[in-house]
Design a protein around this ligand. Structure first.
Ligand SMILES: Cc1cc2nc3c(=O)[nH]c(=O)nc-3n(C[C@H](O)[C@H](O)[C@H](O)COP(=O)(O)OP(=O)(O)OC[C@H]3O[C@@H](n4cnc5c(N)ncnc54)[C@H](O)[C@@H]3O)c2cc1C
Length: 570
């Protein structure tokens, strides 16, 4: 059942076995999976079926450095489906090394291993509609995928890892029918959780205060609560709920909101390839099931260890759109159309230095002198992106000047000084807004700089091509600052740890010291990997559902040390 919370009367009490707060992919995955257990499940979602200004305003907050991080209400649609209503759909599993305690990265290491999550990836892949769970280019498509650069066998990178693309599936739209049909699932839309009520001794959550869009309050009781509100709102609610736990629930060791990670990502360098144009393939291959797949260059784990770096990948990419020097009509047409592209996607197109009249003119000339490729691109985009059910994932354009750039996605190391806190201002329900203080570390810059150098050397050694940096890219830290925090990935703010000294939640995603409160989503990832987070968010939500399916109706345990046994429900 899906219901509007505005139908609920003041001070009503709503009960369920399990209450999930947040209807993004984490919350929806949990609700659909727990529906199979016969337990009653309540999903509280602050937004409606589509984004609205009213719900979105609740995400507003302070950003300490807006040159580094987007405004707080961007990249986080408040509606059923959460950020999958606008996501790009790139699916990539984490690597085994991401779970390891790496001596060269402080605060690294998960209390669970890759194997604990791996067994949930195939089902997560299916929910994300990313096709078969196969991430090896040699077997992902019939006959294997084309190489990016023919004959390139780099010393420091693996060339066989791929990313697969979801439709991209909007979890709210795709799974609405399933949620409506599940007899034991009740979804309450336009219901904003405003406070967790802890028991007097703090060991349990007795209830959750909720407001509907008319500011009518009601309360929810449940045996188990799961916070699945994304990596920014989850710590916000925990910090706000400070009646019994001074400083916020789960925050006895001042860890909630700390270690805030996004990714270090952007476009860098210019690659002139030596071989003929048919030796280069920077586009997508299509798997037998229709999924778009793409190869990348992945920094090998032993190289990460040898050089003390974080995880990183590179993709061959068209040149930076903002620089008209690419002389490519379709790229300039995109630049000229930036006003019509949503903030989240336009942000990476525009340069951080304001364009001059000359820049606009040169882009206009590019589009005018390259009309056939511009029209071809627009027709392809309309057919395979706008009108297609499974959308062509991104702009792939062969640059006219046969020059490429590199798109990089690098791990951001856990940094306790990078944090989500509470601001002095309040939202319309009287709750303190978020304060985002995102910071990167010297090691993050080093990961980008060193891995770029290694790729440059590999390309030169095998005479594949010449990779250079433009004069304004020579300072890699400036490049990292130019692109800033990668929007949409909000990680680490309620991290999993082996004990309360190092984490907010334990290996079962349960908040230390609070026996019926769990966290789902990338807030609980202790490290960020090179990989986009959603596939792992869904996999770990399936794992949590497996755990909760067995414990929700048991008598609550008393001591923080007591751990219920997980039970398989999948
Ligand atoms: C433009 C963009 C592109 C992206 N591309 C990719 C990609 O290619 N690959 C990838 O892996 N990831 C991508 N992401 C990230 C991906 O969308 C997120 O990782 C994912 O949606 C997070 O899922 P979640 O369920 O944890 O949180 P969210 O999707 O953020 O959902 C949280 C939900 O909680 C609700 N909520 C918040 N506060 C409250 C409250 N107080 N009470 C009740 N409900 C509340 C919100 O309304 C929201 O619906 C992208 C994101 C953006 C914005």
């Amino acid at each position: 059942m899906i219901q509007d919370a505005d139908e609920i009367v003041r001070d009503a009490a709503v009960h369920a076995n399990i209450c999930i707060v947040g209807g993004g992919p984490a919350g929806i995955t949990l609700a659909m999976t727990l529906a199979k257990t016969g337990k009653s499940v309540l999903l509280i979602e602050s937004g409606g079926l589509a984004p609205s200004n009213e719900a979105q305003a609740l995400n507003a907050g302070e950003v300490v450095d807006e040159t580094l991080h987007s405004p707080a209400d961007k990249y986080r649609p408040r509606c059923l489906g959460g950020a999958t209503s606008i996501w790009g759909g790139r699916c990539v599993p984490f690597d085994p090394i991401d779970f390891e305690q790496r001596p060269w990265i402080d605060h690294s290491g998960w209390p669970i291993g890759y194997d604990d999550v791996e067994r949930y990836y195939p089902a997560a892949n299916a929910l994300c509609e990313a096709g078969e769970y196969e991430y090896d280019a040699r077997v992902a498509t019939p006959g294997g995928m084309r190489p990016v650069l023919r004959g390139f066998t780099p010393r420091h990178f693996d060339v066989n890892g791929i990313e697969r693309f979801s439709c991209p599936t909007d979890f709210g739209r795709r799974y609405q029918t399933r949620l409506r049909a599940a007899a034991n699932v009740r979804v309450l839309l336009r219901a904003t959780a405003t406070r967790l009520r802890a028991s007097r001794d703090g060991s349990r959550i007795d209830g959750l205060d909720v407001r509907n869009s008319r500011d009518v309050g009601f309360s929810v009781t449940a045996e188990q609560f799961v916070l699945a509100m994304g990596g920014i709102e989850t710590p916000r609610l925990m910090l706000t709920s400070d009646d019994v736990h001074a400083g916020g629930i789960g925050n006895a060791n001042d860890l909630v909101g700390r270690f805030y990670m996004c990714h270090i990502a952007g476009t860098i360098g210019t690659l002139r390839v030596n071989g003929p144009s048919d030796s280069i393939w920077h586009g997508y291959d299509v798997a037998a099931d229709g999924t778009y797949c793409r190869r990348r260059f992945s920094l090998r784990p032993d190289v990460q260890a040898g050089f003390g770096l974080g995880n990183a990948v590179f993709r061959l990419h068209h040149p930076r759109i903002a620089d008209p020097g690419h002389r490519t009509g379709p790229l300039s047409a995109i630049y000229l159309a930036q006003r019509f592209i949503s903030y989240e996607y336009a942000k990476r197109l525009v340069s951080h230095t304001p364009p001059t009249a000359g820049t606009w003119l040169r882009h206009g000339l590019n589009a005018a002198t390259d009309p056939f490729s511009t029209i071809r691109f627009l027709v392809h985009w309309l057919r395979y992106r706008t009108l297609a059910e499974r959308k062509f994932p991104s702009v792939i354009i062969r640059p006219r000047a046969n020059l490429f750039s590199l798109d990089f996605n690098a791990e951001q190391v856990p940094n306790p000084d990078s944090r989500i806190g509470l601001a002095g201002t309040r939202d319309r329900f009287g709750n303190r807004r978020v304060r985002i203080d995102w910071r990167y570390a010297a090691q993050d810059v080093e990961t980008v700089a060193r891995s770029f150098d290694l790729l440059r050397d590999d390309l030169a050694e095998q005479a594949i091509g010449r990779l250079t940096l433009a004069p304004d890219e020579a300072d890699i830290e400036a490049v990292v600052r130019r692109d800033g925090a990668y929007g949409g990935h909000h990680i680490g703010t309620a991290r999993m740890g082996a004990s309360a000294a190092s984490g907010v939640v334990d290996r079962d995603c349960k908040v230390f010291g609070v026996n019926n409160l769990y966290v789902a989503g990338s807030a609980m990832f202790p490290t960020s990997s090179q990989a986009n987070p959603t596939l792992t968010i869904v996999a770990t939500a399936l794992r949590l559902a497996d755990h909760l399916g067995g414990v929700a109706t048991r008598a609550p345990c008393v001591g923080a040390a007591e751990q219920p046994e997980p039970a398989t429900v999948l």
